[in-house]
Write a protein that binds this ligand. Structure first.
Ligand code: ARG
Length: 247
């Protein structure tokens, strides 16, 4: 493929102009984070972020192109131009914000705990897990993992590639507790928790989730924040929220 002067000019422009020119909004996420991005039985991507991404593409008048990508490399993939935006339940952290820009938060969540049933009544909060006798799981490279390392430093921490594997470890009794974002734990508890898990559902961290884009692009950021305010107030956000989060 030859690179023309026009290509170089376009690459220097706002992501927004590139999206319009291309006729495609390429959205990066990692499926598996219920109820925001999952793969259904037919192999389609579904969830809160996916519906919001489709609304966004519609508002731009372009095609929605999903790009499922490993969580571990999601920020480098954005920076190297594999997609235009991360819509993947990403928490705004000061560390990530050094590398990317975030739009305004679209939801606030926090870390919660799925506990093996055998600890019912004995473990009441993350503080009780701060003991080497407890095995605590979460997912690699997430704020769940960071919260365990920072706030439960004495536990025996075990990291997993996917949130489902990490939570199943507690279901099958190989670990004592799983620490993760509230909405995921709500869904997992409803699907597999009955009689096996206890849900400590009071969030112990403050986590605004937001869309991430490359730095130095005020035009795109401006469009996103105005889009978000609009959908939040014209019923589109509520419809998607009720579909995936409060039915
Ligand atoms: N909110 C957490 C974080 O930012 C977890 C997000 C995981 N998202 C995903 N699509 N797997 O670290």
């Amino acid at each position: 493929m030859s690179v023309s002067a026009a290509d170089i000019e376009l690459a220097k422009k706002s992501t927004l102009e590139q999206i319009l020119k291309r006729g495609e909004l390429r959205v990066g996420f990692e499926a598996g984070y219920m109820p925001f991005e999952m793969t259904d039985k037919k192999g389609n991507f579904v969830g809160f972020d996916i519906d919001m991404a489709k609304e966004m593409a519609k508002a731009m008048g372009v095609k929605f192109v999903p790009v499922n990508t490993a969580w571990d490399g999601i920020i480098p993939s954005l920076i190297t131009g594999k997609f235009d935006i991360i819509m993947s339940g990403m928490t705004i952290t000061q560390e990530r914000n050094l590398k990317v820009n975030f739009a305004d938060p679209y939801i606030i969540v926090g870390q919660t705990i799925l506990l093996n049933k055998k600890h019912e009544g004995k473990v009441h909060s993350y503080k009780d897990l701060n003991d080497p006798k407890y095995i605590v799981t979460s997912k690699l490279g997430t704020t769940g993992e960071q919260a365990v390392k920072r706030m439960i430093p004495k536990c025996h921490y075990k990291s997993f590639e996917t949130e489902t594997e990490a939570a199943l470890e507690v279901v099958n009794g190989k670990a004592d507790a799983f620490v993760y974002d509230l909405p995921f734990c709500v869904v997992f508890m409803a699907q597999q928790g009955a009689g096996r898990l206890v849900f400590l559902d009071k969030p112990f961290t403050y986590e605004p989730l937001a869309w991430a884009i490359n730095k130095g692009d005020p035009d795109f950021l401006n469009w996103l924040n105005n889009f978000l305010r609009q959908v939040k107030n014209d019923g589109r956000y509520d419809r998607i929220y009720h579909k995936w989060i409060k039915g």
